[in-house]
Design a protein around this ligand. Structure first.
Ligand SMILES: *Cc1c(COP(=O)(O)O)cnc(C)c1O
Length: 555
């Protein structure tokens, strides 16, 4: 189909052979970490040839290690949208923030790409039964794709995987073994089982197909950014982002991503490598600890303490060492955030961007927020976050009990409940803030606050664009809450506050001040006696900020 020659290469001893068989290890030095490399005499026919190809990751066929297209097992995986995250960007003070929406794969996570290529490769080499260890999503994706390929699959998983995910695995007829122990122990049991029964065992990052599949995410990102920003100054059609963010467990994803950007550079399609923002959960963050300690090999976590099973890799392997090397050259860092921070970020993103993700994915959002706050990420950089998986098998501890407000309005309930009971129920629903006035001269900032309030269910939001107009509207509307900018032409925020505080009933309206100004001690003192909450512009993600906006009145 093309003039690309695929070879298997050992990075350790440089052994090379043309690709025709599956190697578990290097025939020369025995290393178990091998790469596929691609050699051409002519330029790749990209991007032109890609335009008319069917929508899936197999558009990038030339740089994937498959010998015969007839072996491809596909369900349209890949070619996912790159979605601009404008609201979250505005909250974080960023200009170019994008989500690579991997939730849109056939089984709802980016593991679909891995399953498609890994299973296709096995089919090509006549393997029809395999074993894999998984923290959930590989189990689901491999189950779906082995079913399509009429292969038998045995999965070893850990007991913290949510039952919803386990049930989905079983729908496909997969043999599922739940190991009570750490993920590393589950892997060891799986390997032993495979050896005893002479079955193929998928080694994750050491499986060439698994790693190669992840490249397609980067190919798409570069192509999609090229369409947005146009060719670079040297005429290369595609673009490398400044940052790639992902929640990591074993680290397979970013290893493949970096290999892809190298290949795009090799073939003249884009330039350079992204910095990496790789996020782990505090309770199981061996890569982060090793990175912080300057160690090239990560120490296993003996007692993983995260509720996010998807990322519970306690013993990181070679991926950490490779990714650390990448970061030392191109920048970026490993970051840990707590499960709670991930859950918070999950809710913010759902409310602001309309995207519901699984907690593992949300670690990446929380990590991005943390790194923006620390100043590691700059406002003008192009940032892509891998939205790795969907939340439908959501874990139950994501929500506390008081999330739902219950109202029984069936006729039976109405006859049984005394009238006041129903009224009281209605009243408690109606006690939220109904009407908010935003007094802010910058229309962009005003729109942002408006969107946030709408996202949190405030029905009436009004805008005034200077202090004078603000005072008029306050008198006319008597809002339940005022969001007030300090720096405005004419009557400024201080002026509005002075006016309010001198008048009944205006003085009782809660005021939330939003400001970009560094306040003097005197100004601060003046404000603390007059306002309910003080927010700094560009730091809207702070917990106290949202709480300030939501206030106990808003629940
Ligand atoms: C597998 C997975 C990760 C971690 O990816 P790695 O690159 O293998 O570390 C993150 N999020 C989700 C939803 C996953 O399924």
């Amino acid at each position: 189909m093309s003039n690309v020659r695929i070879q298997i290469h050992c990075p350790k001893c440089d052994y090379t052979e043309d690709y025709h068989r599956m190697l578990g290890q290097c025939p020369s030095c025995g290393s178990t970490y091998l790469d596929a490399i691609y050699i051409t005499d002519e330029p790749l026919p990209w991007p032109e040839a890609l335009r008319d190809r069917p929508s899936s990751m197999w558009r990038f066929r030339e740089l994937l290690p498959i010998l015969d297209d007839a072996n491809i097992v596909s369900m349209g995986e890949g070619n996912t949208p790159l979605v601009r995250a404008e609201n979250l960007a505005a909250m974080l003070g960023l200009k170019h923030l994008y989500f690579k929406d991997e939730r849109q794969g056939p089984t709802g996570s980016f593991k679909d790409r891995q399953a498609s290529l890994a299973i296709s490769t096995l089919r090509e080499h006549g393997v029809n039964e395999m074993v894999v260890a998984s923290t959930g999503n590989v189990a689901i994706a491999y189950s779906a794709y082995t079913s399509r390929a009429s292969m038998r699959l045995t999965v070893f998983t850990i007991s913290s995987v949510p039952p919803e995910k386990m049930r989905e695995v079983m729908i496909y007829g997969t043999e599922l073994v739940k190991v009570t122990g750490t993920y590393d122990q589950a892997k060891q049991v799986a390997l032993r089982y495979a050896q005893q029964n002479d079955l193929f065992y998928d080694r994750g990052v050491k499986n060439i197909a698994a790693k190669e599949s992840m490249k397609t995410i980067a190919f798409e990102i570069a192509e999609q950014l090229g369409a947005i920003y146009g060719p670079d100054e040297d005429g290369r059609p595609w673009r490398t982002p400044d940052w790639y963010f992902q929640a990591v467990s074993g680290g397979l994803g970013p290893v493949g991503i970096m290999k892809a950007f190298r290949e795009l550079e090799q073939f003249g399609l884009s330039h350079g490598l992204p910095q990496l923002g790789l996020i782990q959960s505090e309770g199981c963050a061996p890569m982060v600890r090793a990175w912080e300690n300057g160690e090239a090999i990560a120490t296993p976590v003996l007692n993983p303490q995260t509720r996010i099973a998807t990322v519970a890799t306690d013993v990181p392997g070679i991926a950490y060492t490779l990714l650390r090397e990448e970061m030392l050259h191109t920048g970026g860092s490993f970051e840990a955030v707590s499960d709670e921070e991930a859950y918070q970020a999950l809710k913010h993103v759902a409310r602001l961007e309309g995207m519901s993700v699984e907690p593992a994915t949300a670690l990446a959002f929380a990590g991005l927020i943390a790194m923006v706050r620390k100043g590691q990420v700059h406002p003008n950089e192009i940032i892509v976050v891998n939205v790795t998986g969907h939340t439908f098998p959501v874990e139950k501890h994501l929500f506390t009990e008081d999330v739902f407000r219950e109202m029984d309005v069936t006729p039976a309930a109405q006859t049984e409940i005394p009238q006041e009971g129903l009224l009281a129920a209605l009243e408690s629903v109606g006690r939220t803030v109904e009407r908010v006035l935003i007094v802010e001269d910058d229309p962009g900032a005003s729109q942002l606050v408006m969107r946030i309030l709408k996202a949190y269910g405030v029905p009436e939001v009004f805008q005034a664009y200077d202090g004078r107009e603000g005072i008029d509207q306050i008198e006319a509307l008597l809002p339940d809450l005022i969001v007030l900018d300090l720096m405005m032409p004419g009557v400024d925020g201080f002026g509005v506050l002075d006016y309010l505080k001198a008048r009944e009933p205006l003085r009782d309206i809660p005021v939330v001040v939003v400001t970009a100004k560094d306040l003097t001690a005197e100004e601060k003192a003046r404000l603390t006696s007059q306002v309910d909450s003080l927010l700094a512009k560009g730091s809207f993600m702070d917990e106290d900020v949202l709480q300030g906006l939501m206030n106990e009145k808003l629940r």
